[in-house]
Ligand binder design. Structure first.
Ligand SMILES: Cc1ncc(COP(=O)(O)O)c(C=O)c1O
Length: 382
C-alpha cells in the first residue's frame, strides 16, 4: 500500500536572507535599479503629456502592476484574457488587452472581466466585433474596442484604410461597444541596434499611424487613444505628437537583448532582473556547469550573459534542460575546483518568457532579501 503524506520543498528564500542563502535557480529583482526604471519611464511619459500603460506581460505580477500605477501609470496592458484575471482580482481597475482573440470561450472571459474592470480590447476582423458586440449587449456591459493597424510589424492589424473604415463602422453599429482608437505596435524596431536607426524608424512608424488617424478624422471619426510603443522606442514615441499612450514592458527589467541596444543617456534602463545560479559541477578543467538551463531561462533572444563585473572570465555558452555550461574565455587556465558551489548572477536574454518560468521574484537590496513577489499571472496564456 502506498503511503501518503504531505511534503513540500522549502521556500527558496526568506525575508532577511543574504543573497548567498537564496536557493538557486531563483529569479531576482535588484530593487534599486527596478525602482529607478519605473520612475524614469513614468517621468518621461508625464513630461510629454502621454499616458503610460505598461505591458504586464513582461512581469506577470500584480504587485509590480500596482507599483507602476502608484508611479503614475493609468492602467496596464495584458496580452491574453486569462492573463488579466490575477490583475483584476488584485484591484487593477483599467486593463487593455492589446492582442486579438476569437471564439466563445474568449468572449466569455472578456464579458466576465468587463463586469469587474474598465476593459478595452483590440480587434482586426469584423467577426471579432460582431461576436463581442452581441455578447456585450446581452450581458449589459460596455466595452471599448481599439482597432489594430499594421505599421510595419507584418503580424496582426489591418494594413489598408478601407479595412480600418469597415471595422470602425461595424463597432459603431453595436450599442455595447465604443470605438476607443488605434493599436499600433511595431516590435521589429525595438531592438534596432543603433539609437539613430531606432529614432528614424520610430518616426516612420508614427507617420504611418498618423495617416490612419487622419483618414478617420476626414470621415468624422475621432481617435481618443493612439497606443503602442515599447522599451526601445518609447523615448521617441512620447515626443512624436502622435501617440497618446505608450505600452512598454521590458523597461522595468532591461534584459540582455535590450542591453545590447545603443542607448542615449538617461533613457537607458538599468539591468534589474537576474537569475541567481550555482556552479554545481567543476569536473572538467575548461568549464563549469551551473544549475539553470532551459527550464529557468528563455534563450529565444540569445543566451544569458553574466552580470558584468563578476566572473568576467566566464561566458554562458550552452543551455540544456537543467544545466548551464559556462566556459572560460580568457585562456586563464584550468577552472578551479574550489569554485564549486559559487553563486553566479545571469542577465536573461529575454525577460518576458523567463519570468513566465518562475513562481516568485526574490527582491534584493544591499545583498539582502527585502521582499518576495508572486508571479501570479505565470502560465496564464489563454
Ligand atoms: C503589443 C505589445 N505592446 C507592447 C510591448 C512591450 O514591448 P517591450 O517589452 O519591448 O517594451 C509588446 C512586446 O512584445 C507588445 O507585443
Amino acid at each position: 500500500m502506498t503511503a501518503h503524506f504531505s511534503i513540500q520543498p522549502p521556500p527558496i528564500a526568506k525575508l532577511g536572507d543574504t543573497l548567498a542563502q537564496v536557493s538557486t535557480p531563483a529569479l531576482l529583482i535588484e530593487l534599486d535599479a527596478f525602482e529607478h526604471n519605473i520612475a524614469r519611464m513614468a517621468e518621461m511619459a508625464k513630461l510629454h503629456g502621454v499616458a503610460l500603460r505598461p505591458h504586464a506581460k513582461a512581469h506577470k505580477s500584480s504587485v509590480i502592476a500596482q507599483k507602476q500605477i502608484t508611479a503614475g501609470a493609468i492602467g496596464i496592458c495584458c496580452q491574453k484574457l486569462s492573463e488579466a484575471y490575477p490583475f483584476a482580482a488584485a484591484g487593477i481597475s483599467d486593463i487593455y488587452i492589446s492582442n486579438e482573440f476569437i471564439g466563445p470561450a474568449k468572449i466569455a472571459m472578456a464579458i466576465e472581466l468587463a463586469r469587474h474592470v474598465k476593459l478595452s480590447l483590440c480587434v482586426d476582423h469584423i467577426a471579432q466585433i460582431e461576436a463581442l458586440g452581441l455578447a456585450a449587449s446581452a450581458a449589459g456591459v460596455m466595452i471599448t474596442v481599439l482597432v489594430e493597424v499594421d505599421i510595419g510589424q507584418a503580424r496582426c492589424g489591418v494594413a489598408r484604410m478601407e479595412g480600418l473604415a469597415t471595422l470602425v463602422d461595424c463597432i459603431a453599429q453595436h450599442s455595447a461597444l465604443r470605438f476607443g482608437g488605434l493599436q499600433a505596435f511595431h516590435g521589429g524596431i525595438q531592438h534596432l541596434a543603433t539609437w539613430d536607426l531606432r529614432r528614424t524608424s520610430a518616426a516612420a512608424s508614427a507617420e504611418k499611424v498618423a495617416a490612419y488617424a487622419q483618414f478617420l478624422s476626414a470621415r468624422g471619426v475621432a481617435c481618443p487613444v493612439i497606443t503602442g510603443s515599447g522599451t526601445g522606442t518609447a523615448e521617441f514615441d512620447v515626443a512624436s505628437g502622435v501617440f497618446t499612450e505608450i505600452q512598454p514592458g521590458s523597461y522595468i527589467f532591461m534584459d540582455a537583448h535590450y542591453g545590447a541596444n545603443e542607448w542615449n543617456g538617461s533613457a537607458m534602463p538599468r539591468h534589474s532582473l537576474f537569475i541567481a545560479t550555482t556552479i554545481m559541477s567543476t569536473a572538467k578543467d575548461d568549464l563549469a556547469v551551473c544549475d539553470v538551463g532551459l527550464k529557468g531561462v528563455a534563450i529565444d533572444s540569445g543566451l544569458p550573459i553574466l552580470k558584468p563585473g563578476q566572473n568576467d572570465e566566464l561566458k554562458f555558452v550552452r543551455a540544456n534542460d537543467e544545466h548551464g555550461v559556462l566556459k572560460i574565455i580568457d585562456n586563464a587556465g584550468a577552472f578551479s575546483r574550489d569554485r564549486l558551489g559559487e553563486q553566479v548572477l545571469l542577465i536573461p536574454g529575454h525577460c518576458d518568457p523567463t519570468a513566465n518560468l518562475y513562481d516568485q521574484y526574490v527582491c534584493i537590496r544591499n545583498d539582502k532579501v527585502e521582499d518576495m513577489w508572486d508571479i501570479d499571472a505565470r502560465g496564464l496564456s489563454q
